[in-house]
Design a protein around this ligand. Structure first.
Ligand code: F6P
Length: 341
């Protein structure tokens, strides 16, 4: 059987573990030919295909990134790129396609499945917000990196009697903020799920610094927002492509905290450090489990499904059920962060 494989969207540590598992189990156990597409859906549109063998995956288990490359690109019916995808898959005689991606890649995968292609998807995102699975590849490594950063920030915060704001990734959901905040012992955790009140934050910090502490750590997800009606004088400025050119949420918080409390405040934006480098054992294991499950599913003839971690089991969930939904952080986890402030 000829099985296509692609990685799309932002890279995460653990992708190579999944690729390795697909190739090792697919070729070694079932005798399939694995065809890798470069740079996600873009490579399918452009016909950039190459056979992947066990030689390509040698020593790749601990390596971050993706050996296939990736791109933030999705095929569309309107511009003809969906037709180009179908043409390439036919030309390459692909019988099933394994797509490793986050929300955007999986949404496109479900559209390609609707066009008659046999698709099995694997969830990955450091944001951990793919619906239908308890965990996505990459999240554990990002939390590990963010927690280490918060640990390190602690000592310098204490030495200088400062408020330190650590901005982590998480556009729609605050999984990294909540978990790294709890694990790193942050005083305040701000996530997109619960808009924050700057007046309450300033009051809390003043009280804490008056009562017993001289420093504080705030962990904020990049997608956190002020509650409606709360005044934040320093606003975000967007560029012509909608990108933030000034005033990330961490910078806005710094401005407000300094204005309202007079405390010396600093910002650390962790950014892509959270996505780079070697994957944790948990992400290597998850990538390996999903890769094996995907090849097993393809071989059984399954289609339009995604591998998912449910409790301690890997199961298959229907792709159309997950596409377009966000898995938010439950209140219980955010309550723990607040309870321990
Ligand atoms: O999609 C995951 C993510 O890491 C987000 O948390 C972040 O906002 C975004 O990717 C950054 O994307 P890019 O690498 O394209 O700048």
């Amino acid at each position: 059987m000829r099985v296509g494989l692609l990685t799309g969207g932002g890279d995460v540590p653990g992708l190579n573990a999944a690729i390795r598992a697909v190739v090792k189990h697919g070729e070694g156990h079932y005798g399939h030919s694995i065809i890798g597409f470069r740079n996600g859906w873009k490579g399918v549109v452009d016909g950039q295909a190459e056979p992947l063998t066990r030689q390509h995956i040698r020593n790749m288990l601990p390596v971050g990134g993706t050996l296939l490359g990736t791109a933030r690109y999705h095929p569309r019916v309107e511009d003809g790129s969906m037709d180009a995808v179908l043409a390439t898959l036919e030309a390459e005689r692909i019988e099933a396609l394994i797509c490793i991606g986050g929300d955007g890649t999986l949404h496109a995968a479900s559209k390609v499945a609707e066009a008659g292609v046999r698709i099995v998807a694997i969830p990955k995102t450091i944001d951990n917000d793919v619906w239908g699975t308890d965990a996505s590849i990459g999240f554990d490594t990002a939390v590990t990196v963010a927690t280490e950063a918060v640990d390190r920030i602690h000592t310098t915060a204490e030495s200088h009697n400062r408020v330190m704001i650590v901005e982590v990734m998480g556009r729609s959901a605050g999984w990294i903020a909540a978990t790294a905040g709890i694990a790193g012992g942050a005083e305040i955790v701000l996530a997109p799920e619960q808009p924050f009140d700057i007046v309450k934050i300033a009051k809390f910090l003043k009280h804490r610094h008056r009562a017993h502490a001289s420093f504080s750590i705030v962990v904020v997800a990049e997608g956190a927002v002020p509650a409606e009606g709360t005044e934040m004088s320093y606003t975000t400025a967007y560029g012509k492509f909608g990108e933030i050119v000034a005033g990330s949420i961490a910078e806005r918080l710094k401005f407000e905290i300094e204005q309202r409390t007079g405390f010396d405040t600093r910002v650390t934006v962790l950014g892509h450090v959270q996505r780079g480098g070697t994957p944790t054992p948990t992400d290597r294991i998850l990538g390996s489990r999903f890769g094996v499950a995907a090849i097993d599913a393809v071989t059984r003839g399954e289609s339009n499904v995604m591998t998912a971690l449910r409790g301690d089991k890997v199961e298959l969930v229907p792709l159309p059920e997950i596409a377009g939904k966000v898995r938010y952080v439950p209140d219980e986890l955010l309550d723990v962060a607040r309870a321990l402030a």
